[in-house]
Ligand binder design. Structure first.
Ligand code: NAP
Length: 256
């Protein structure tokens, strides 16, 4: 489950706290056990709501992703940012990502090394990056001293298949790095694609479910749709547990 907009966008927004927490809790009940958040979302309020939503669930069965914003890319600031995120979440972070590459390679490297220490300290479990192209991903892998880059979160949807065409997805598959696909529904527009709906009929699935299954079809791809509405959460959960046939996957590409 994505959380951009949950708890606000650039600033905190407390208007939909109850509904947002309920939507996340409903998703967890349905078995969607991964939540993607960031210090940037709602200036930290999104993390607070995630912390509230997971209360009462078995922590070990939930996987929480958070991210450090480039303005905090330095040895000390990255460590402080991670500690502040963990405090807002009320728990450790499973996967901690560099949110965007930023301009300065030296700072990226320093931040990656700080994150390695946070793994050793037990505050975060895994390290990853976000919005890194193939070259930057390789460079980041080389910079690591003791731990590995396990994920790269990038925009990927049926409509925007650049990870396929750029070779990024193939490389990540070979390296066994998870590709976390953000904006997988193109902000909901793929849910209204009737051509995808036609493909879904054979499986008893909707357009949104076909669009998401297309992505998670690949073993190393995780899709993180954001849904504030209960019915959307439920529909998105139905994207799991089945598989499009290869020929229907081809057809789905022609729908957008
Ligand atoms: P998205 O998931 O493609 O679309 C979210 C929109 O789709 C919401 O308006 C939602 O409506 C609607 N929606 C969800 N499920 C639906 C369904 N089954 N049928 C119809 N509409 C549906 O876009 P996104 O929020 O940009 O991306 C997902 C997540 O990726 C973000 O929330 C964030 O966690 C992450 N992200 C990361 C980065 C990065 O730089 N790493 C950048 C962008 C996004 P309701 O909310 O009304 O249910």
């Amino acid at each position: 489950m994505g959380t951009w907009g949950i708890g606000g966008y650039e600033r905190p927004d407390y208007s939909y706290d109850r509904e947002s927490v309920e939507a996340l809790r409903y998703g967890l009940e349905l078995g969607i056990n991964l939540i993607d958040t960031a210090e940037f979302y709602g200036a930290g309020h999104s993390e607070e709501l995630v912390g509230e939503a997971i209360r009462g669930f078995e922590r070990g069965e939930i996987f929480i992703i958070s991210k450090v914003w480039p303005s905090h890319f330095s040895y000390n600031e990255a460590k402080n940012a991670a500690r502040a995120s963990a405090k807002r979440l009320g728990t450790y972070i499973d996967l901690y990502l560099l949110h965007w590459p930023g301009e300065d390679w030296g700072k990226i490297e320093e931040t990656l090394h700080a994150l390695e220490e946070l793994v050793d300290e037990g505050l975060i479990r895994y390290i990853g990056v976000s919005n890194f192209d193939l070259e930057l991903l390789k460079r980041s892998q080389e910079a690591m001293r003791r731990h590995e880059i396990v994920a790269n979160e990038v925009k990927y949807s049926l409509k925007d298949r650049w990870p396929e065409t750029s070779g990024l997805l193939d490389y990540m598959k070979r390296e066994k790095i998870a590709l976390i696909a953000y904006t997988p529904l193109e902000k909901g527009s793929l849910a209204r694609n009737s051509c995808l709906g036609e493909i879904g009929k054979k499986y008893g699935k909707t357009s949104a479910q076909v669009a998401l299954n297309y992505l998670i079809w690949e073993e190393n791809v995780i899709a993180i749709p954001k849904a504030g509405r209960r019915e959307h959460v439920e529909e998105n959960a139905g994207a799991m547990g089945w598989r499009l046939l290869r020929e229907d996957r081809e057809k789905a590409r022609g729908c957008v």
